[in-house]
Design a protein. Structure first.
Length: 199
């Protein structure tokens, strides 16, 4: 199986990529490092990436930005950061990527606990995560070629605990093995149109 992982060198991406590399051919894409470069906020960049790598069996996205900040301080442009990157970036990965997926392929997007349990300064990020959850459920009704589309929604992971613990007061971090298991369920299981939660 040929697996494309966007964001495969990030905090979560490194562990997920490492797991799948044990079994499959893995291509890592990212803005600044990886086997191929891509900026998911730019649909032309997404199209160019797929033209270069050709057909794949699985697409996993563990990338996307959103602006954090107090609600009163967020500008309209601040919201567009998340809308262009994490939301439309992942929507465009599905829209364009479906044409480069082998039959019965899968696409796994990434969101997070903020969709269900937001914390202060995450209005924009929570909004984007929630939108992706709804998108995944809806697109499954129409996407062809027996393609499965899911989202993995993680809580605060152990490897990011020190960086984000000040925001997630009282949240118990999840293990990296639990995070990996959520992606494995999406890729190797039969679920479709699901938000796979590991909180």
């Amino acid at each position: 199986m040929k697996v494309l992982i966007i964001g495969g060198n990030g905090t979560i991406g490194r562990k997920v990529s490492g797991h799948f590399k044990k079994k499959y051919e893995v291509i890592i894409a990212g803005r600044t490092n990886g086997d191929i470069s891509v900026d998911i906020a730019n649909s032309t960049s997404i199209q160019s990436m797929f033209e270069k790598i050709g057909k794949v069996d699985t697409i996993i996205c563990i990338a996307g930005e959103a602006k954090w900040g107090h609600f009163d301080s967020l500008s309209e442009e601040d919201y567009y950061v998340g809308l262009r990157s994490k939301l439309m970036g992942q929507v465009n990965l599905v829209q364009i990527g479906k044409n480069y997926l082998n039959n019965k392929g899968s696409i796994t997007l990434s969101t997070g606990i903020l969709a269900d349990s937001p914390v202060p300064q995450t209005t924009s990020a929570a909004m984007v995560n929630g939108a992706i959850h709804s998108f995944v459920k809806a697109v499954d009704l129409e996407i062809g070629n027996e393609i499965r589309v899911n989202a993995v929604s993680l809580g605060l992971v152990e490897d990011a605990y020190e960086k984000y613990k000040g925001y997630f007061i009282g949240h118990k971090p999840i293990s990296m093995s639990n995070a990996i298991d959520a992606y494995v369920q999406s890729v190797e299981g039969e679920v479709r149109g699901e938000v796979i939660k590991a909180y």
